[in-house]
Design a protein around this ligand. Structure first.
Ligand SMILES: Cc1cc2nc3c(=O)[nH]c(=O)nc-3n(C[C@H](O)[C@H](O)[C@H](O)COP(=O)(O)OP(=O)(O)OC[C@H]3O[C@@H](n4cnc5c(N)ncnc54)[C@H](O)[C@@H]3O)c2cc1C
Length: 383
């Protein structure tokens, strides 16, 4: 009997377990309850995939891993994911923004249906501390006992302790938070809770578009999450420029000409929340547009279109994913096997792959977990 250990019973590890041949002896190790990390996904609704069915397009939504993912998603992509869920009794629907959810809108259901597939597996609620490679297998040590296995799949996620992976000879790219709120200087705490729709944010040569929300120490919102992901490996601090208007046809002078008797505050309120104008535009907001002097016009325009902040950090423990992890140069993308050690495989966020918001990160877990399982199904011989 082929003995397989899966370390980490998150989405990636459980997907691997679901797809391994049931005749194997499979043990899942997790220091927590299985699939606990699936519960908060999509705000509890579980955004389990993204409706992009062309793998060459799908890979573009991963700031890290694009080349590696060509091979992964060419084997198991969105359609295969939906088939898998359909087979285990999870029906899905696609929202207007192309995010795919279970029709129940409940991650608990998804968790239950996946765990229903795993009755043949053994669960050990233990923390894996070390793995030692022997000539004919692996010795796996946990906080409670020592075990022997033929194959090991490491699926410990992005917040794992990488030391036992490093001691196997693998290189770890230092993990950094991604898809996370940003701390800024200055932070405009007084604007906490104020949101602005459809801004353009520039950081060096990257541009992102979307909604932002002021927090007590910086900014959050979809555009900020995307920016945090693209710049996850960027050295801090760095400058960002916000264009609150984000409309190439907008001309402030033209607005003043069209509304000569309106006061400045009321005019700007057409575009931005009053609290934001009152806080950021430090000039007389009662003055009529026809009386505004050139230097005030320049100041107002720069606040609306060229608002500079310095990013000084990320919200502590606020990350949705981490970038970094096992370097992709050391993993075979066709099989998810280690290039350094036979019969050792990786899947999910423990590797240096991370995607944007929208179901991309779980998609990678399903795809890489499936491939790891198929690799063992093909290579492990029954006695
Ligand atoms: C709040 C939130 C919302 C999210 N929403 C979405 C979403 O809607 N869509 C989406 O695509 N992605 C979402 N994500 C990201 C997604 O949840 C992760 O990408 C995914 O969970 C990664 O799965 P994984 O199996 O690789 O790792 P994890 O889910 O991190 O699972 C790893 C498991 O390994 C265990 N483990 C680690 N080290 C050890 C050890 N030494 N011994 C034993 N066990 C160990 C951990 O306890 C854990 O259970 C969200 C993330 C967060 C935090």
């Amino acid at each position: 009997m082929c003995k397989i250990a899966i370390i980490g019973a998150g989405p990636a590890g459980c997907m691997a377990a679901c797809n391994l041949d049931k005749r194997f002896e499979i043990t899942l190790f997790d220091k927590n309850s299985p699939l606990k990390t699936l519960l908060p996904t999509g705000g509890g609704k579980c955004n389990l995939a993204h409706a992009e069915y062309d793998f060459k397009e799908l890979v573009k939504s991963y700031p890290r891993g694009e080349k590696f993912l060509y091979s992964v998603f060419s084997q198991f992509c969105t359609a295969e994911t939906l088939n898998f869920f359909e087979k285990i009794g999870i029906k899905t629907y696609t929202r207007n923004d192309n995010r795919i959810f279970p029709t129940s809108n409940n991650s608990q259901d998804v968790r239950k249906k996946i765990l229903d597939q795993l009755h043949h597996c053994k669960f050990q609620k233990e923390e894996v501390i070390s793995i030692i490679e022997h000539t004919n297998g692996f010795e796996l040590q946990t906080n409670k006992a020592t075990y022997l296995f033929d194959y090991i799949i490491i699926a410990t996620g992005g917040k794992s302790n990488y030391s036992f992976i490093e001691s196997l000879g693998h290189t770890i790219i230092s993990p950094k938070p991604a898809l996370v709120a940003l701390k800024t200087q200055p932070c405009h705490k007084i604007l906490q809770g104020v949101s602005v729709k459809n801004c353009k944010i520039t950081a060096e040569n990257h541009k992102v578009y979307g909604d932002i929300l002021f927090t007590n120490d910086g900014l959050t919102g979809p555009a900020i999450y995307e920016l945090s992901s693209i710049n996850a490996q960027k050295e801090l601090p760095y400058e960002i420029i916000i264009d609150f208007i984000n409309d190439d046809n907008f001309d402030l002078q033209n607005e003043f000409n069209l509304n000569p008797h309106k006061n400045l505050g009321n005019l700007l309120n057409k575009y931005l929340p009053k609290s934001l104008i009152n806080t950021l535009v430090r000039t007389d907001l009662e003055q009529k547009c026809c009386t505004i002097r050139t230097n005030t016009k320049v100041l107002v325009n720069s606040i609306l279109r060229d608002f500079k902040l310095t990013v000084t950090g990320t919200k502590k423990d606020g990350e949705t994913v981490t970038c970094g992890g096992v370097t992709l140069d050391e993993i075979n993308s066709k099989s998810m096997t280690s290039k350094k050690i036979n019969n050792l495989l990786f899947c999910g966020e423990v590797t240096n792959v991370d995607g944007l918001c929208g179901g991309y990160n779980l998609q990678y877990c399903w795809s890489s977990g499936y491939i790891a399982a198929q690799t063992i199904n093909k290579t492990c011989k029954f006695m």
